[in-house]
Design a binder for this molecule. Structure first.
Ligand code: C2E
Ligand code: MG
Ligand code: MG
Ligand code: MG
Length: 288
């Protein structure tokens, strides 16, 4: 009986592997057409300045609406695009599109807003990234400080010297740099001082259980305090409640981002809703 069960388990295992491998292959192939078919698009999620209750910028988040499978989350297809190298072409398109959004925002009277672009590991390590960004900035005529790049801790720890050099090159262009998902990687504090960054984004996993997990509150408070000592600004990710907002504000966290203020929106919807989103953010912070 044990033998039969063992065989079943093995069979189940191989079938699962096949299914996974098949799905991967399917997505890999579909992704090749996705750009051409305009199945990929960007959503923008606002960030709120906790000092004055205004929206200070947005993060661009990639979306894939597959004609048969519907929405495929970025966590599922970005690793595939990384492996195949398609992330370079997709990433270049994201950078150009965000520059275009900044131009349009400026035309609408929102020239003070910045847009943050997530960089993948492969994109960050690609030497041509610097030229791509320079060209996109030059062609669109935007102010480089309006463009921000988010890099995760784990991308920086592998070949630290090269990573620092790439960051220095980015800073020479004049863009803003932030460390995403801070606290989930394993970067040492000694390195943090050497990174030419402007902002730290505290990972959502530390924010989500505030005010019920005192350990997470201590860590979040400590990260904010440390960032200030290092002259960095701090964004808290995944803010969903007034309690979280109030705690972050007490700790003098610079910015907050999360469903409490807004879900990620298409560019058109965002522009249309900016006045209302600004009013709501202000009310959430100051009228209690
Ligand atoms: P991330 O950069 O840390 O982005 C934050 C994620 O948290 C986003 O998920 C966002 O929709 C979600 N989020 C925002 N506020 C809340 C909240 O209040 N509660 C909860 N539960 N979630 C919230 P999303 O869009 O699924 O993206 C997941 C990850 O995929 C991103 O994490 C980023 O690492 C990657 N990603 C997304 N877009 C891009 C892109 O354009 N390029 C690259 N390289 N990676 C991207
Ligand atoms: Mg991000
Ligand atoms: Mg993040
Ligand atoms: Mg995150």
């Amino acid at each position: 009986k044990a033998k039969a069960q063992g065989k079943n388990t093995l069979q189940f295992f191989t079938e699962t592997m096949n299914e996974e491998a098949q799905l991967r292959l399917f997505l890999e192939n579909e992704l090749r057409n996705a750009m051409a078919n305009e199945e990929l698009y960007l959503n923008l999620q606002p960030k709120v300045d906790l000092a004055d209750g205004t929206i200070c910028g947005m993060e661009a988040l990639l979306r894939w609406n597959h004609p048969e499978r519907g929405m495929i989350p970025p966590d599922h297809f970005i690793p595939i695009a990384e492996d195949t190298g398609q992330i370079i072409e997709i990433g270049n398109w994201i950078i150009r599109t965000c520059c275009d959004y900044i131009v349009r925002l400026t035309e609408e009277g929102y020239g003070h807003l910045n847009i943050a672009v997530n960089l993948s590991a492969r994109q960050f390590r690609e030497p041509s990234l610097i030229e791509t960004i320079k060209m996109a900035i030059c062609e669109s005529g935007i102010d480089p400080t309006q463009l921000e790049f988010e890099i995760t801790e784990s991308m920086l720890m592998d070949k630290v010297d090269q990573a620092i050099e790439q960051m220095n090159q980015l800073k020479r262009i004049g863009v803003t740099l932030s460390i995403d998902d801070f606290g989930t990687g394993y970067s040492s504090l000694a390195y943090l001082r050497q990174f030419p960054i402007d902002l730290i984004k505290v990972d959502r996993s530390f924010v989500q259980d505030i005010p019920y997990n005192s350990g997470d509150m201590e860590i979040t408070a400590a990260v904010i305090a440390m960032a200030h000592r290092l002259n960095l600004r701090v964004v808290a990710e995944g803010v969903e409640t007034a309690e979280q907002q109030d705690f972050l504000r007490q700790q003098l966290c610079s910015y907050a981002q999360g469903y409490f203020y807004s879900k990620p929106l298409t560019f058109e919807l965002l522009v249309q809703q900016l006045p209302a989103l600004n009013r709501q953010a202000n009310n959430k912070l100051f009228s209690q």
